[in-house]
Design a protein around this ligand. Structure first.
Ligand code: LP5
Ligand code: MN
Length: 244
């Protein structure tokens, strides 16, 4: 199991795109600033607004992000990545260029002696059955092979269409459907035998507590960067939520 002893930074849902230059600059600031003092940086999915394949690395945004991640990886900070529902097509080619290691979702690590499960968070939203059906389809290797065989322009068109359709679908869903379920959260705590879970995706940042089998457990949700953004800093003594 991966084990960390100094400061770890965790971030997710940065949703990088050309249309939000302030967030791109803020993310660069994180990589070139606070992350330089950290032992590890965990990116828990949805780094990009959407990602259509690692053969799409030539845009100026992708080049900038890859160069900044690689520079950080070449310093003392190790970088780990769990993909999200928007950038699950990030693969080994991108990981090698950016100098990070891909982790499974969920993944158990030890941060300052505390066993901790890291996830993107979408798998915890078990009442969102329409999304889970969509997820199953797009995580299928055969579907991905067929998608990746299409021209980049076609893939961008499909991704933008899916974003629009998803936006409409979300308007018809209740807030509860798009949040985690107690059952799914309890299952993760029990399955991995941990008292701490950190994830993003739900747009409900903060510290949530759950009593599972009579034991209080901590669930930390990372903020999205549709607004100013932020990250979590875990040190041997505290967990700090840093909002820009
Ligand atoms: O990301 P967020 O929080 O806004 O919404 C998610 C769920 N939506 C998605 C879809 C993505 O946001 C957008 C697509 C990303 C592109 C990836 C790369 C290319 C793949 C192309 C795939 C065709 O993940 C949303 C959840 C929400 O989280 C909260 O948990 O509710 O789920 C949905 O809205 C899914 C819908 O319920 C059902 C599926 C609609 C999409 C249909 C695609 C049709 C393709 C159109 C082609 C022109
Ligand atoms: Mn997400």
């Amino acid at each position: 199991m991966l084990s960390f002893h100094h400061a770890s930074l965790l971030v997710s849902d940065v949703h990088l795109c050309e249309e939000r230059p302030a967030q791109v600059d803020a993310f660069m600031g994180l990589l070139n600033g606070p992350a330089r003092q950290a032992e590890s940086l965990f990116i828990l999915g949805d780094l990009f607004e959407y990602w259509v394949g690692d053969d799409d690395c030539s845009s100026s945004l992708a080049q900038r992000v890859i160069a900044a991640l690689k520079a950080l990886a070449d310093s003392a900070c190790k970088i780990y990545f769990i993909s999200g529902n928007r950038d699950f097509l990030i693969g080994q080619t991108f990981a090698d260029a950016a100098g990070f290691k891909l982790l499974d979702d969920p993944c158990k690590v030890e941060i300052q002696g505390v066993p901790t499960v890291l996830m993107h968070g979408d798998l915890l939203c078990t009442e969102d059955t329409a999304y889970l059906a969509f997820r199953e389809q797009v995580r299928n290797p055969l579907w991905q092979q067929q998608f990746l065989a299409q021209d980049l322009a076609v893939r961008h068109h499909i991704a933008q269409g899916a974003t629009a359709e998803s936006g409409k679908a979300k308007q018809a869903k209740s807030e509860e459907i798009m949040d985690v379920t107690e059952t799914a959260v309890a299952e993760v705590f029990k399955q991995f035998g941990v008292n701490r879970l950190i994830h993003g995706h739900t747009h409900r940042p903060g510290h949530h507590q759950h009593s599972v089998n009579g034991v209080m457990r901590d669930r930390w949700v990372l903020p999205d960067w549709y607004g100013p953004g932020g990250y979590l800093r875990v040190t041997p003594s505290i967990i700090e939520e840093i909002r820009f």
